[in-house]
Design a protein around this ligand. Sequence first.
Ligand SMILES: NC(=O)c1ccc[n+]([C@@H]2O[C@H](COP(=O)([O-])OP(=O)(O)OC[C@H]3O[C@@H](n4cnc5c(N)ncnc54)[C@H](O)[C@@H]3O)[C@@H](O)[C@H]2O)c1
Length: 258
Amino acid sequence: MSRRLSGKHILVTGAAQGIGLAIAKACIAEDAALFLIDMDGALLADEAQTLLSSGARLGYARADITDAAAIHTIVAQAGREIGPINALINNAGINVFSEPLETTDAEWDRCFDVNLKGAWNCCKAVLPGLIEQGGGAILNIASTHAFTIIPHTFPYPLAKHALLGMTKSLGLEYAARNIRVNALAPGYVSTQKVIDYWNSFADPIAAKAETMRLHPGGRIATPEEIALAAVFMISDECPFMNATCLTIDGGLSVQQHP
Ligand SMILES: NC(=O)c1ccc[n+]([C@@H]2O[C@H](COP(=O)([O-])OP(=O)(O)OC[C@H]3O[C@@H](n4cnc5c(N)ncnc54)[C@H](O)[C@@H]3O)[C@@H](O)[C@H]2O)c1
């Protein structure tokens, strides 16, 4: 086992599958102790039990990040189970894709409740502990949707733009407290969320082929490739990286045309 995250007690949200689960596994491989949360309690329990049986130091709980009171309670529980939380990876997020004028108030609210307010609920719950401990790190899993727009995906990119704004704001507010707040912006990553996106088209196979065609390297990222960057950003290997965003999209978002 490599020990790049020894001494880290990390809360990871949305950890039952996809990018969150890959991040959890990568952090465990670097000797971190973890507390995992996800609103899919059954899936989370399955994955957590597998990790525990292979020797991981972790606790877990079913929780919805939109429930601020529950998150507050869970941070205290996590502190008792794995030690005081000194790092947070805000990964839980949902796609809400529509046309602007067809977006219902309920869709708008759900999009911002999970993708922005949920992340803030977790920041708000851990920040007092980080201040008390004299420092820590927060990593928000944003998206290339945090600075570019794909038509017909309203209002998801708005929430990710705001998440990047929150990253910058909190990074500045708490820099003097030795707390780093950064964001990671993946492009397309091979998770269920992307499969669901392709399946929303009349011809999912053509939609997938078009996604691959748009990428300079002809493929999308694996969750493990995103996790490699997350480990670096939450570790002590980048102590002056703060209030910024690292893009991992294979070059997708810098090209003028595919
Ligand atoms: N997959 C991609 O292509 C991609 C690209 C850019 C950014 N992202 C971002 O990465 C993050 C993870 O995406 P993914 O593709 O792994 O998603 P996923 O759907 O595979 O997994 C997300 C997990 O979050 C959990 N979750 C959702 N809402 C929650 C809530 N309110 N409270 C607690 N848990 C909740 C889900 O149960 C699920 O287990 C998201 O923030 C997403 O916006 C994904």
